[in-house]
Write a protein that binds this ligand. Structure first.
Ligand code: SF4
Length: 244
């Protein structure tokens, strides 16, 4: 392993440990514990750090930790139906070594991608307050600083889009849509592209507001953009999913 990669891993591990100790939002400290008390089995019940490749070029950003997903398993996008949908699509795109994300010891590895939520604890009703979103924004800033190769932030849902715009200082915020794109002209990383996608929640997938083919297409776009000016070969897609 290169010295650079080792240093990044150490920085990200240190950041992850600091995130996991955060108690800045009293309501969310209570809600992560309440979800654990209501669920079955053991729960992480602490803030959930991001997960993935320290050389990530695509940062996949959700809104908030799922009460019985990341809050249970301790890993972002793990152990719930949203994780099933997202990681299967990342696998089809060649960004994940397996199509499922079940628990922290399942052997999942990402290539060129990182997954995290803008709010690292599970808010009641999946609705963080403005103060909670602002309190957690510093962790996203620190994480992106520790991931210098990120060229695309793939924002899952409008609130993730807003969090990414706030990180980048984009004002006014461009309108969110599935497939929306905004390239940073200034700010923390000029040239980085924000890419919008509907959130892969069961609500959106069951209603077919977001189909597998739509998710594949937006991830393929992220890969194309992220590796467009990079000497490395982009991940090879496993296969594509067409809408029936
Ligand atoms: S939501 Fe973010 S800022 Fe609030 S307690 Fe959790 S990790 Fe800390």
């Amino acid at each position: 392993m290169s010295a650079d990669r080792s240093a990044r891993l150490a920085d990200l591990a240190d950041l992850g440990a600091r995130i996991a100790d955060c108690t800045a939002c009293p309501r969310l400290v209570a809600s992560r514990r309440a979800a654990a008390d209501a669920g079955a089995g053991s729960y992480w019940a602490r803030p959930v750090p991001g997960f993935g490749d320290p050389s990530a070029r695509v940062h996949v950003l959700g809104l908030a930790t799922a009460p019985h997903g990341g809050n249970r398993t301790g890993r972002a996008f793990t152990g719930n139906p949203t994780a099933d949908t997202l990681v299967a699509a990342l696998h089809r795109a060649g960004l994940a070594n397996r199509p499922t994300s079940e628990h922290a010891g399942d052997g999942l590895r990402l290539r060129g991608a990182w997954m995290a939520s803008a709010v690292r604890c599970p808010p009641p009703g999946h609705r963080p307050t403005r103060a909670e979103r602002e309190a957690c924004a510093g962790w996203l800033t620190a994480e992106l600083a520790a991931l210098p190769d990120v060229a695309v932030v793939l924002c899952l849902g409008r609130l993730a889009w807003e969090a990414a715009c706030d990180w980048a200082g984009v004002r006014p915020r461009p309108r969110f849509a599935h497939g929306a794109e905004h390239v940073l002209a200034t700010g923390p990383r000029p040239g980085l592209r924000l890419l919008g996608s509907y959130h892969p929640s069961p609500q959106n997938t069951r209603s077919r507001r977001l189909t597998p083919a739509m998710l594949d297409a937006v991830i393929a776009r992220a890969v194309t953009v992220a590796w467009s000016a990079h000497p490395q070969t982009p991940p090879a897609p496993a296969h594509r999913t067409a809408d029936p």
